[in-house]
Ligand binder design. Structure first.
Ligand SMILES: Nc1ncnc2c1ncn2[C@@H]1O[C@H](COP(=O)(O)OP(=O)(O)OP(=O)(O)O)[C@@H](O)[C@H]1O
Length: 335
């Protein structure tokens, strides 16, 4: 189990991790999702003991990463964004070297290496120099190094970056298999990746946690919000006061349309509320013809994009409101 409490990491004046708190429970696959520069690598480097921090606390299986680094690190296998490979070693030489660093007893070393090479399907390459391997195979060697010693927790930083689609599918399959016996945390800036592999998703932006839930619940939140896009012919003031009288609207934005004498309106409602007829009759009342009315649902992709835009605060509260409403369905055990 990993507990991160109020973690802060500054690089000079820049706050890369901003009071981040989360808990990772045993035996699940967690996705750490966020755009480039969100603070994913920094957080992973802190959890794995590679990087210090300014404030907060990190406990790995109850061991404080600062006070008891050896005990804490023993629980973790780490594949950083740039796997620490030695290009002039063969695959087996490198894994033997990694086994020594991890203090795996000599009599268990070869057996463990054989087993792990089989697991990540690199046995055929055991005598090949790492510099002569493809990127996909190098990533598997990095993965083997992380799994060596059978740590409880495996942390993978952007494990599929730079791989071709076939290699991505293979690595994802390996991660799913790892999840059967280990707690896995992987970072990614690709939404489809985390929703395909992870039991739980933590979305991070500007070093802060902006949402965390199962992919299903996040999708449900996404589906729980509807957007209506309208173009109405009429004066801004008349349209604004008429729309303001329609019940069931959660959020509304107006702007002058590119079309002459028209107003563009974006209205958000929750899914149970369908206000299209009400809008139709209200606009007819004030004699403002509707030139366009289009209904769209937010996808999980949209939720991610909105959450990771600079003005994500509004959506954040929207998400927590929606989550509270659907509280009975939520799996809180992982929060
Ligand atoms: N050594 C450093 N010195 C100064 N700033 C840094 C350093 N390392 C990271 N940063 C900054 O901290 C922020 C978080 O970076 P981090 O690498 O953790 O993000 P990330 O989410 O992993 O992104 P990426 O997917 O691009 O690696 C970024 O703004 C980055 O520029």
């Amino acid at each position: 189990m990993i507990e991160v409490k109020n973690l802060v990491k500054r690089y000079g004046d820049h706050v890369a991790v901003d009071h981040l708190s989360f808990t990772v429970e045993e035996g699940q696959i967690y996705g750490f999702l966020g755009p480039n520069g969100a603070g994913k690598s920094t957080t992973m480097n802190i959890i794995t003991g590679y990087l210090g921090f300014n404030e907060g606390e990190v406990l790995i299986d109850g061991h404080d990463i600062v006070e008891e680094p050896e005990e804490a690190k023993q629980c973790i296998g780490y594949l950083p964004e740039m796997p620490p490979l030695y290009f002039d070693m063969t695959v087996r030489e490198y894994l033997a070297f990694a086994a020594e660093l991890k203090k795996i007893p000599k009599d268990q070393k070869n057996e463990q290496i054989d087993k792990i090479m089989e697991m990540v399907k690199i046995t055929d390459m055991e005598n090949r120099l790492i510099k002569n391997l493809s990127k996909g195979y190098r990533q598997r060697v990095g993965l083997a190094q992380a799994v060596l010693g059978d740590p409880e927790i495996i942390i993978l930083d952007e494990p599929t970056v730079g791989l071709d689609p076939k290699q991505i599918i293979e690595i994802r399959e390996m991660i799913r298999n790892l999840g059967e016996k280990h707690t896995v945390i992987l970072s990614s800036h690709i939404l489809s990746e985390v929703s395909a592999v992870c039991d739980y998703v933590m979305i991070i932006n500007h070093g802060k946690l902006v949402a965390s839930d199962t992919p299903d619940n996040l999708s449900r939140i996404a589906v729980g919000s509807n957007t209506l896009e309208l173009t109405v012919k009429g004066q801004m003031g008349t349209v604004v006061s008429a729309v303001g009288m329609i019940p069931g609207i959660e959020d509304v934005k107006y702007k002058n349309s590119d079309e002459k004498d028209c107003v563009d309106i974006i209205i958000k409602t929750c899914t149970e509320v369908d206000i299209r007829e009400k809008i139709f009759y209200k606009m007819a009342d004030i004699q403002c013809p509707i030139l366009k009315m289009q209904s769209t649902s937010l996808s999980l992709e949209d939720v991610f994009l909105e959450l990771t835009e600079d003005d994500h605060q509004a959506v954040e509260s929207e998400i927590s409101a929606a989550s509270d409403e659907g509280g009975e369905d939520r799996d809180e055990s992982n929060l």
